[in-house]
Design a protein around this ligand. Structure first.
Ligand SMILES: Nc1nc2c(ncn2[C@@H]2O[C@H](COP(=O)(O)OP(=O)(O)OP(=O)(O)O)[C@@H](O)[C@H]2O)c(=O)[nH]1
Ligand SMILES: O=C([O-])CC(=O)C(=O)O
Ligand SMILES: [Mn+2]
Length: 629
């Protein structure tokens, strides 16, 4: 990577440094290269301590990037506003740079690794001038796991360092474990892409118009440039734990998935472990912390975004959460919809980004309270009032950006399951896929078997949300909710799912379900109340796992038989209930060709098993099988 073009380039030895420099030989060599390339003014080796947190908050405060929130309301918490153009993941600028283009597949952007490195090396050259470079050692998953997954992020953003401390096991402990075992690590290079010339004043949220979020799956390396926003800059999260880890998982026989993990406990005390894959901003965080409305049932949280699934010695699949925090969507989160998220945040130690700020140093966002506040600052820093909108803006402009987020430690979650601390994870009873569909997809469907479950996952679709830059509400296929996160060819990824099924006893495999909380009526209203009421669906799933609840077989799988879904005390007209639960032959008649067109994009690598499933479905809904297959 080194391009020593100038004469007076600084080396690591020239830089003022704070913290303890690492000794891990390959890390040392890599840091030397990064310094040579990026030319920071100073270097800080993160230890993850409370004192460091304090120092970095002060640095960010002085730079105008964050303000400290009211200590009585949200102790030890801070508030950040991003550049209005740096608010979400940038999928258009996200690349999988495999050596062979065919391994990136039709769903990823690709550039030859050597070419991408040329482009980015130019951008990185001198990109940290005037800034401090933070060295952030971390581990995704337990440090004492059988095969711990280490990484080191180098970033010129203190906001990133602080967020990584919440979201990952970060600092001296992972560094020591990595060094003691001479373990490999994923090098993660991040820069906001805004060097400062001598004497140049910084802006509150430095970033660049040019953005690249790049993965080198063959080398297991991540390069990110130009954005400070979470999903683009906290490289342990989506970049490592999904895109790079999905490639590791393919090679090592496990699965890295975009899933929440929860434990459901019946009134009799029977425990069920459920993982659920929904696209970004489609309800993972909410379901993970749900408060059941049905008496006697309880939910405990294990994770809200990412699950790593491995076979245990007993032949069952076990799930662990590689993260240590929640990076959750703020709008819509309230004591009514997600009280456990509110309680987690209320303990403080959190970072809030792009929400509204009250005059007394508290946060507010749409949906948090019924009444809108009168005099706060919006996410752009303008005075904002619930009745008139922002000063100088339109009345309907929101106080919080739709993708504004809270970043908060998982250990503060009042319903965290004890097994969160268990490196083995929990044995999975059910896998649930879901998406945001205004029609076609019923409230809950169970697959006939694993293979049919993989078909369900592979054909998942959802209307796009504000979590990624681009139009909102556009229907797209989102296989296993992994469309923007699969680090290789989508067809090979689906094949990997099928192969996982072949490795196990069907009886030991989790049962597979597909849910949709988002069906709408003719007036565009959600028909299903959702949130805590989703416990009724979880209960049906648990009873299906036990082979108890009754179901009706339809061409798309099993749906609840009349009376098998617990609706006691549910305030929902009978005809609405029927509409959300039912299978609509007409809608599926229209859906099938859309699935065919989606599979067409896979090319010749499309797994045979998926073709067979589509054929069966075509026949079952009364369409002639497409001649293509
Ligand atoms: N109508 C309805 N909306 C829901 C439900 N669950 C969540 N939502 C809304 O969906 C949006 C996103 O929910 P989250 O739980 O944050 O989604 P997520 O999948 O964790 O999103 P990421 O963190 O981006 O991966 C919020 O505005 C929620 O209020 C539900 O059951 N019904
Ligand atoms: O990655 C992010 O920016 C936030 C997130 O969880 C998602 O988009 O799914
Ligand atoms: Mn979430």
């Amino acid at each position: 990577m080194s391009i020593a073009t100038q004469v007076h380039r600084k080396t690591r030895a020239d830089l003022p440094a704070t913290g303890t420099a690492p000794t891990h030989p390959r890390l040392v060599a890599w840091l030397d290269e990064v310094v040579d390339l990026c030319q920071p003014d100073a270097i800080h080796y993160c230890d993850g301590s409370d004192e460091e947190y304090e120092q970095l908050v002060t640095v960010l405060e002085e730079a105008g990037t964050v303000v400290r929130l009211n200590d009585e309301k949200l102790p030890n918490s801070i508030y950040a506003r991003t550049d209005p153009d740096d608010v979400a993941r940038v999928e258009d600028q996200t690349f999988i740079c495999s050596e062979d283009e065919r391994n990136a597949g039709p769903t990823n952007n690709w550039m030859a690794p050597a070419e991408m490195k040329r482009v980015m090396t130019k951008l990185y050259d001198g990109c940290m001038k005037g800034r401090t470079m933070y060295v952030i050692p971390f581990c995704m998953g337990h440090i004492d796991a059988k095969d711990p997954k280490f990484g080191v992020e180098v970033s010129d953003s203190a906001y990133v360092a602080l967020s990584m401390r919440i979201m990952t096991r970060m600092g001296v402990e992972p560094l020591k474990a990595m060094t003691d075992t001479d373990a490999d690590f994923v090098p993660c290079l991040h820069s906001v892409g805004m060097p400062l010339e001598e004497g140049e004043r910084d802006v509150a949220w430095p970033c660049s118009e040019t953005k690249y979020i790049v993965h080198f799956p063959d080398e297991r390396m991540i390069w990110s440039y130009g954005s400070g926003y979470g999903g683009n800059s906290l490289l342990g999260k989506k970049c490592y734990s999904l895109r790079i880890a999905s490639v590791m998982a393919r090679d090592e026989g496990w699965m890295a998935e975009h899933m929440l993990i929860l434990r459901l406990i019946s009134p009799e005390g029977r425990k069920y472990h459920i993982v659920a894959a929904f696209p970004s901003a489609c309800g993972k965080t909410n379901l993970a912390m749900l408060e059941p409305t049905i008496p006697g049932w309880k939910v405990e949280t294990l994770g809200d975004d990412i699950a790593w699934l491995r076979f245990g010695d007993d032949g069952r699949l076990y799930a662990t959460n590689p993260e240590t925090g929640f990076f959750g969507v703020a709008p819509g989160t309230s004591y009514e919809t997600n009280p456990n998220a509110m309680r987690t945040i209320a303990k403080g130690n959190s970072i809030f980004t792009n929400v509204g700020l009250t005059r007394d140093g508290d946060v507010w966002w749409e949906g948090m309270t019924k009444d809108k506040p009168e005099d706060i600052l919006d996410w752009k820093g303008r005075p904002w009032s619930g009745s008139t909108g922002p000063q100088g803006g339109r009345k309907d402009e929101k106080a919080a950006h739709p993708n504004s987020r809270f970043c908060t430690p998982i250990e503060q979650c009042p319903i965290l399951a004890d097994d969160y601390h268990n490196p083995q994870g929990v044995p999975i009873d059910a896998i649930v896929f879901g998406g945001r569909r205004e029609n076609t997809i019923p409230l809950v469907t169970q697959s006939r078997n694993w293979k049919h479950g993989v078909f369900m996952g592979a054909t998942c679709s959802s209307e796009t949300t504000a979590a990624a830059k681009g139009a909102v509400g556009v229907l797209r296929r989102d296989p296993m909710a992994m469309l923007p996160f699969i680090g290789y060819h989508v067809a090979d990824y689906c094949q990997h799912w099928i192969n996982i099924g072949k490795k196990a006893d069907e009886a030991k495999l989790p049962k597979v379900f597909y849910v949709n909380w988002f069906r709408r009526d003719d007036d565009g209203r959600f028909m299903w109340p959702g949130f805590g009421e989703n416990s009724r669906v979880l209960k049906w799933i648990a009873e299906r796992v036990d082979g108890r609840a009754e179901a009706v077989e339809t061409p798309i799988g099993f749906i609840p038989a009349a009376g098998s879904l617990d609706v006691e005390g549910l305030d929902l007209p009978e005809e609405d209930l029927r509409a959300v639960v039912s299978y609509s032959p007409q809608e599926w008649h229209d859906e099938v060709p859309r699935i065919g067109r989606w599979f067409d994009t896979f090319g010749w690598r499309l797994p045979r098993e998926l073709v067979d499933e589509l054929r069966n479905l075509e026949v079952a809904v009364g369409r002639a099988p497409s001649s293509m297959w």
